[in-house]
Design a protein around this ligand. Structure first.
Ligand SMILES: Nc1ncnc2c1ncn2[C@@H]1O[C@H](COP(=O)(O)OP(=O)(O)O)[C@@H](O)[C@H]1O
Ligand SMILES: O=C(O)C1=C[C@@H](OP(=O)(O)O)[C@@H](O)[C@H](O)C1
Ligand SMILES: [Mg+2]
Length: 177
């Protein structure tokens, strides 16, 4: 079984950004789970939420996750913020990959997401009580899943350079066969 590297954490934590950088550093394929879901569904993430609802999205997300984790060659996977928290996602991720939680405080998430385009993140763009409250509530509900990751990084520890020795100690990337 190949051991991938999976990044988990809140929207805005930098999973996609850091995942691309790590994949480039190691010369490994990068997979963004949201992009895989869009390709499978032939629909954007906001489109799936609007037309099929969150329950359907979570099923599609779980199916796509299993398909990606079953790929034989090691890859770097950026999950969606909810991926570990539904349909036993964290168990599947821990079984088939080294999991790394990007633990970024709400104040930082808020600043990043306000600067970015939240329309691409339907759970956040439709937050009735405001983005900050939604982020706190979501992080509180999800921490029980995120903290099951094998590796944890916060703040300055979430750079490629800082992560290299920790990934090596965890056996990533696996030796080529
Ligand atoms: N380490 C970082 N420092 C500053 N901004 C960042 C960092 N990582 C990501 N960002 C910015 O935050 C936003 C969300 O990043 P993204 O990688 O899409 O997060 P995620 O995939 O976890 O939702 C983007 O605008 C990105 O450029
Ligand atoms: O937190 C979530 O439930 C979601 C996060 C999004 O991914 P990012 O974490 O990359 O924003 C995307 O999967 C979808 O909008 C749902
Ligand atoms: Mg992302």
């Amino acid at each position: 079984m190949s051991r991938h590297l999976s990044l988990i954490g809140m929207p805005g934590a930098g999973k996609t950004t850091l995942g691309q950088a790590l994949a480039a550093y190691f010369g490994l394929p990068f997979v963004d789970l949201d992009a895989e879901i869009v390709a499978r569904a032939g629909q954007s993430i906001p489109g799936i939420f609007a037309q099929r609802g969150e329950l359907d999205f979570r099923q599609l997300e779980a199916d796509t996750l299993r398909a990606v984790l079953a790929r034989p060659a090691p890859l770097v996977l950026a999950t969606g913020g909810g991926t570990p928290c539904f349909h036993n996602g964290i168990t599947a991720l821990n079984q088939h990959s080294i999991t790394l939680w990007l633990d970024v405080p709400v104040s930082t998430l808020l600043a990043r997401l306000q600067a970015a385009e939240t329309a691409q993140r339907p759970l956040l763009s439709q937050a009735p009580a405001g983005l900050e409250t939604r982020l706190y509530e979501t992080l509180t509900a999800r921490t029980q899943f995120y903290q099951q990751a094998q590796l944890h990084c916060a703040g300055d520890a979430c750079t490629v350079a800082a992560l290299l020795p920790r990934l090596a100690a965890a056996g990533f990337p696996p030796p080529a066969v």
